[in-house]
Design a protein around this ligand. Structure first.
Ligand SMILES: Nc1ncnc2c1ncn2[C@@H]1O[C@H](COP(=O)(O)OP(=O)(O)O)[C@@H](O)[C@H]1O
Ligand SMILES: C[C@@](O)(CCOP(=O)(O)O)CC(=O)O
Length: 409
């Protein structure tokens, strides 16, 4: 068989402009890929082992290759790990968790709980893609995204990893880059439509392992890039995506992001909304439906060249935040940041799952203004001095999706 092809791929994070949580229930969501990317390199390993180095989590994990080969002979893997995947069955999840625990792991104790779902996702993708010919590899993951903050770090991790593993497995990948007829004419860094669909399919199932019930917006945005309206369809993993038209969508636009630096887990926040919806459907369902109305209005506004656009978008941002807050997704620190932003005339809303994480402000400020804002936020912060500080930064929205890069040796 062909040897392992050393590979480097990156995938962007995402910012949900409008529609988070509602998107889980089949409503629309407006999302853009941002220029903070996760990069994955895959290289052959000299030892008889498989190693994942997750730099952002300060964690590394190694399995002896024979341990992986033994696992692959178990029915949970040989029968339930299908290529390409369309489901993650509970016995497979249990078997992946069990194998994750067999890793020789080096990590700060604080990274262990965050890291465990990363290990399960990694094993799912590695075993699934290399299932017939597991090879000794070292996989290194680095990211410019804050992890667990609402900017889609897990989706970009899954997409960059799936792309890098599929590319490096070459012979095993269903559509090797060099042999795909649709690829002729594409830039070397690009993937063709079939490859993107395959990457997205693997990444979506990987996201299901981390989040249980993801809408699929994060992995789809990291795969395809751009700015688009996303909606789940009854076919799992086959969403409807309508790219935004107009100048802003094609050139991209800047977002002002405020990170509260309060960690939270998407899975838990999604479960919280599901519990409220089950307890109070008559209250929660109309909120979700009205989020959809705002999402549609915002998409039309961004496409328009209206002079009043920023002002109108600002009021939609404000309204959408109040809806998310009514769903119980805000916390004191988010409201504290919003109050400071308001004094500067910047409407801001939760982006992503909420409960901590990031806010996005409209319109974006100049870089110098953002430093003043960051200082102001940290000065007026009423919390304990041991609390992490607010961070203010920029992201360009509308960036390219998953990409291959030349490998630096
Ligand atoms: N760069 C990375 N390296 C390893 N694991 C990652 C990375 N980024 C994200 N993850 C995984 O994704 C989880 C965070 O997902 P989530 O709670 O959805 O936050 P986010 O909003 O950033 O996607 C982490 O706990 C970790 O398991
Ligand atoms: C809350 C949700 O709509 C977005 C979650 O985004 P993030 O994982 O917080 O980056 C969940 C989902 O779409 O699966």
């Amino acid at each position: 068989m062909a040897g392992l092809r050393p590979t480097c791929c990156s995938a962007p994070g995402k910012a949900i402009l409008f529609g988070e949580h509602a998107v889980v229930y089949g409503y629309r969501c407006l999302v853009g890929a941002i220029d903070l990317r996760t990069t994955v390199t895959v290289r052959e390993c000299q030892e008889h082992s498989v190693t994942l180095v997750a730099e952002g989590l300060h964690m590394s994990a190694t399995w002896d290759l024979s341990c992986i080969e033994d696992a692959l002979r178990q029915p949970a893997f040989s029968e339930l790990l299908i290529d390409p995947p369309s489901a993650v069955h509970p016995p497979l999840v249990d078997a992946l968790r069990c194998l994750a625990q067999k890793a020789n792991c080096k990590a700060e104790p604080s990274a262990m709980s965050t890291g465990s779902s990363a290990l399960v996702a990694f094993l799912f993708l590695f075993l699934g893609i290399f299932r017939d010919h597991p090879q000794p590899v070292v996989v290194v993951v680095s990211t410019r995204l804050p992890i667990g903050s609402g900017l889609g770090s897990s989706g970009s991790f899954a997409v960059a990893l799936a792309a890098a593993l599929l590319t490096s497995a070459q012979r095993h990948a269903k559509i090797p880059l060099s042999e795909c007829p649709r690829c002729s004419g594409l830039h070397a860094a690009e993937f063709c439509a079939d490859q993107l669909a395959l990457i997205n399919q693997w990444a979506y199932q990987s996201e299901r392992l981390v989040h249980t019930n993801p809408s699929g917006v994060d992995n789809t945005c990291s795969t395809y890039g751009g700015v688009f309206v996303f909606c789940k369809t009854p076919q799992p993993g086959q969403p409807s995506c309508s790219p935004l038209q107009g100048a802003s969508a094609s050139t991209g636009f800047e977002l002002c992001i405020v990170d509260t630096c309060v960690p939270r887990e998407t899975k838990r926040m999604v479960e919280q909304v599901a519990a409220s919806r089950a307890a109070q459907p008559g209250v929660v369902n109309p909120i979700l439906a009205s989020i959809d109305t705002i999402t549609t209005m915002a998409a039309r506004l961004i496409e328009s060249q209206s002079e009043a656009r920023d002002t109108l978008l600002g009021s939609l941002v404000e309204l959408n935040h109040l809806q998310l807050s009514a769903l119980g997704l805000s916390i004191d620190r988010i409201e504290e940041a919003r109050a400071v932003l308001k004094t500067q005339g910047i409407p801001a809303k939760i982006t992503g799952a909420g409960g901590g994480g990031c806010l996005l402000g409209v319109p974006a400020l100049h870089h110098e203004q953002s430093k003043v804002l960051e200082a102001l936020l940290n000065q007026t912060h009423r919390g304990d001095s041991a609390d992490p500080h607010f961070r203010v930064f920029f992201a360009t929205c509308g960036c390219p999706g998953v990409t291959q890069h030349p490998l630096q040796f």
